[in-house]
Ligand binder design. Sequence first.
Ligand SMILES: C[S@@+](CC[C@H](N)C(=O)[O-])C[C@H]1O[C@@H](n2cnc3c(N)ncnc32)[C@H](O)[C@@H]1O
Length: 227
Amino acid sequence: MEKGKDIGLEFNEFSRNYTNDMIGLAPHYLELVSCFVKYLPVNFNPVSILDLGCGNGNITAQLLPYFPKASYTLVDASAEMIEICRRQFKDFEMEYENKYFREFEFENEKYDLITAGFSLHHCENKEKRSLFKKIFSALKKGGIFSYSDLMISKNNPDHPRVLEEWKNFVNGNFPDGEKWSWVMEHYKAFDRPTDYLLQLEWLKSAGFNNVQFPFKKGYWMYLQAER
Ligand SMILES: C[S@@+](CC[C@H](N)C(=O)[O-])C[C@H]1O[C@@H](n2cnc3c(N)ncnc32)[C@H](O)[C@@H]1O
């Protein structure tokens, strides 16, 4: 890992074989991606959707068949990831923002649905907490924030056990151990996961009133919160 390299550049490299890598590296990846449609309320029909940390577009791609007429805004710090989305979604009207979350202007009450798939664990606690407030304000009343991630802090007593299980998962898929070494380098340099109970508190204090965790396998979780 190059010293001083930022998250956008890191994900430019990761973009080359992103989906296959994620399936082999992140436990429950495909199940967690499917949650973004599976747990939405039956009659929920968003017309305006914001995908935070869109990566190569897996969350948007999950939503598109169900909400083909919605307008989508995709935000990501990685120029390569945004380029992959542009190619993949060329037949759709989409707005792309190659920006960091801190640079993105969250407009008040603009979106029905805001998604964040495996992207907020890159933010420090302070930024996460402030993002929850911005996300709340950017949602229309009745809008939904949906978010999947690893939700355990590095100082949680369960953290060593989670790492051990994660290591077995990755080494089961890539037995030579190189991928696991890469995951741990990336994790140390770029990943700042936070306990789900702390995030629940922050979501409530941002104003969200109905926060649910419909998918939890260990600390690999999907949450949904309503404005
Ligand atoms: C692990 S990928 C997730 C991609 C996709 N959402 C998914 O579920 O597979 C995380 C993405 O978030 C982006 N990202 C991380 N931190 C960011 C930040 N602070 N601002 C903008 N994008 C960020 C990265 O560039 C990367 O493309």
